[in-house]
Design a protein. Sequence first.
Lengths: 437, 354, 360
Amino acid sequence: MKLSRISAIAAVAMTMPLAVVGEAAAQNEQFIPSLVYRTGAYAPNGIPFANGVNDYMAMLNDRDGGVNGVKIVLEECETGYATDRGVECYERLKGKGPTGAAAVSPLSTGITFALTEKAPADKIPLLTMGYGRSESADGSVFSWNFPLLGTYWSAADILIQHVAKKGSLKGKKIVLVYHDSPYGKEPIPVLQDHAKKHGYTFEPIPVTHPGVEQKAVWLKIRQGRPDYVFLWGWGVMNSTSIKEAAAVNYPRDKMYGVWWSGAEPDVLPAGDGAKGYNALALHPAGTVYEVHKDVFKHLYDKGKGMAKRDEVGHVLYNRGLINAMLTIEAIKTAQAKFGKKPMTGDQVRWGFENLNLTAAHIKALGFDGLVSPLKVSCADHEGARKARIQQWDGKQWVYTTEWIEADTKYLRPKMEAAAKAYAAEKKIEARNCAKQS
Amino acid sequence: MIYREAGQFKTTYRADQAVFPILQDRIAILLILAVAFIGVPALASDYLFLAILIPFLILSMAAIGLNILVGYCGQISLGTGGFMAVGAYAAYNIALRVPELNLLIVFLLAGGCAALVGVLFGIPSLRIKGFYLAVATLAAQFFLDWLFSRVGWFTNYTASGSVTAPQLKFFGYIVHAPTGKYLLCLCLVTVAAVVAKNLVRGRLGRSWMAIRDMDIAAEIIGIRPLQAKLSAFAVSSFFIGVSGALWAFVYLESWEPLAFDINRSFSLLFMVIIGGLGSILGCFLGAAFITIMPIFLNQVPAALGIPLSTATVSHLEFMIFGALIVFFLIVEPHGLARLWAIGKQKLRLWPFPH
Amino acid sequence: MGPFIEVVLGGLLAGVLYSLVALGFVLIFKASGVFNFAQGAMVLFAALSLVRLMSGELSAVHYWGAAAVLGVAVGYVLLLFWRRARPAAAPGRGASWGLIGVFGLIGAALAALHGTAGWSGWVAIPATAAIMGLLAVAIERLVLRPLVNQEPIILFMATIGITFFIDGFGQTIWGSEIYTLDLGIPKDPMFLLESVFEGGILVNKLDIFAAAIAGVLVAVLAVFFQKTRIGRALRAVADDHQAAQSVGIPLNQIWIIVWTVAGFVALVAGIVWGSALGVQFSIALVALKALPVLILGGFTSVPGAIIGGLIIGMGEKLAEVYLGPVLGGGIENWFAYMLALIVLLFRPQGLFGERIIERI
């Protein structure tokens, strides 16, 4: 019992220097937390993403002195992809800086679920770009969630659209190999729905965390001979899947990964075995874009970048850049309304909701070719729901299709129904989006 | 000089059997409780509550549960995370299906469910001992992890497998502020500690310790290993289950089975060992140590202005953590509680050691 | 029938890998009574060291350091042989250390001449083995010796501490991304008996290779334990610590040797696992797959580890493929434990463990 006292003292003593540092810092700072995982089973994918986010913010600080004259302060916190550590990081960082955290990108669907309960009370928007709760695209219920660029339901729909184009799915068999977590389970309802509509048989096969144990899964696939295998993996699970597919000789060009299963660390370890593997792409890899010139000029030429120079432009690195860019643009949008000072989470939420990236705007930012235009509204927190299919040719990712857009007519009612159920469970009153400015 | 019991005479059996026979201890405990119940809520920040104090209190309760099993009854368990998950999911389901039930009763029932499961997985302990048992309890851990992610009924068939706790509502009052949550946890943990302390001092506790020290000898003097071992599993799992429910409802609010994975089991075992096997105080010391250490390690370099990359910090955290565990085991295998006892002994003589 | 055989074969071959890890546990448990939870971390550490030494992407300091460790190890072994062959002419204590130091310097110098290009397997594997030896010495000195005579549970906890330390340390110095280990082991699938079954029976060459390596390793260990002086000393220690000590077997040295041997086993396991899955933090988790193997086979039995591994590997793959669809899949993790648990209820000491005799 003595120890509540000891711990209280220790805790106070520990937070004291931090509080002092916080006070002493300039007030003209925008604090942005960054939940990352640079260790553990998911580090191969977490590292490039975190590097991208970090580099973009550092580049802005160097090039423009921040965002509209407000210096950006980024602080990373290691979550290891674990929900409880993610919550801990969030609690630690949410109140830092003069205006608190501007926005949080949990980079984990599990953490997103946990924070969805906490963010409204703390008034901090959650940017879950290309992941998170699918029904949170309905902004009237999920005011604080922004699954920009696409949800997993959109992803599943796009994949089905693509394979349906290759020939009727009637009587075919599709297997989903998924990470046994909220992330991997997200697409199942849509794929099941489509199975009824298109007449294919659908079999989900879970892979337990962290996903290095897949021999049995692929033996099953070899016996079942599905026509397509969809892969919803993350971290080492991705490369293991591709290796095991090669080991049982399952044709890699019949495999389709979600956009989190389509990066360099997923295919490179499999070597030649990955040739022909397909994945969804939210954006291209490469360094030919304007923004990379600035990143090289302001960081790498000065020896300051976070990544290795030749890893700049990898898929997940670019995704980190885009994630950072969207956060910054939301802040800028908010600043246009509330003034050029550090924004609070509440104001940044407004910024996200009124984010409108036109083609010209994107070009001015140097993201021309990396991001397609998107417009967020109160009702639609997804903004855009398009992806392309890319194929690994042994050296790089090559696009094999044009942009495919998810079917809103089918997804929207489903999404709204799920959001309504959530609102009923949580007793949230949905906002009337017609009245929102 | 201050901490001296000379002049305090025990004139009744009651006085002799008190939990804290020494006056100064009683005063200290009352002071600490006063600080915990009045001082801390008045002073602490939200961050302190949410990120440190609440997890610390909940994990202390789990550690008390585990310590009953490992420290008092000598049965090593690596399935603590699984039992916490039982508590969490039981509470979720009871609250979901019987919404009018008071949450306190829900927590107690959740503890009850965990106790049942604990007894079930405790049965092998009648035949298996030592490391074999430790590994066997891992079966509970992995099986329960799997069960809650795979059987839809437990998660009310949510598509994602992630569930959300209902509002914390007690007697019509909604606990939402960090202070309220803190006080809730504090009350429950205080009760748990008092109950546990009295249990281990009583007949049941003594039979556990007899089993721990030598089970065959204990059997010969008339202690039934079946009852002793299974009751230890039940009581231990009860506390762990309640703490699991609290962890889910109060701390995480929305969770998935991965929140109760094997790492949780290990960290609880560390708490018990570093805090001190067979000591209720040790549970608190261990929980404080394990909760605060990573946060401390994470923040100190930043506070000192040493720029370290996130990866290095978390690797360093692993290393320091490992090294500290080994260090503690070498310096004081009986944990922080023993250090505290030694300190108390020294204090008795201070400042005139002769 | 074809698919069934395939699953059984695949399971057996996966079981070989579990056995490799379990073997490391058994060696240490036999010789020192320590349940070494750090075996998985040692597998990771060995694999990481090897793959990163071969990659040539690290700073020069890493290579100098590794080469120096290799040099010291070579020097130490040579010195041992010298002492054995000509005890009279062998150098004294101080001179020995000097000599060993010179070897270390030579190693570092050679590495400096070689530059930071990646090493070939022929250098990197011995260097990694030397590093594992150094690790064993460090563990013995810093952890085991101060904890001598403590209860087994305390030692077990200490090895968990070691696990954390090695995990962090390995990733700090070698990096935490995913690395491809390519030692030229073939990986492509083969199809057997295509005339008998439709589609043939799929066997992966890598698995066959792994099984062969495991077989060789077990044979080498058997010879080592049965025929060499050190091996006999190890067996004596395993039988009775005090008796062994009283006939003049130095326990501390034995511990270092046995931890080094466990380190070599970890290296072999790391090579096999790393070639199959890539080297990344997750391979430390194979320790958890080896635990049911251990309790099934018994903590003290080398054949038990092998046969236990095969049973567990086959059992869990069969369960996953044939029971999995009924139960919802993903059952192989707990199935192995349940299988072991059921066996334990009938044989509390495992299939091959020594009978536990308790006295008051």
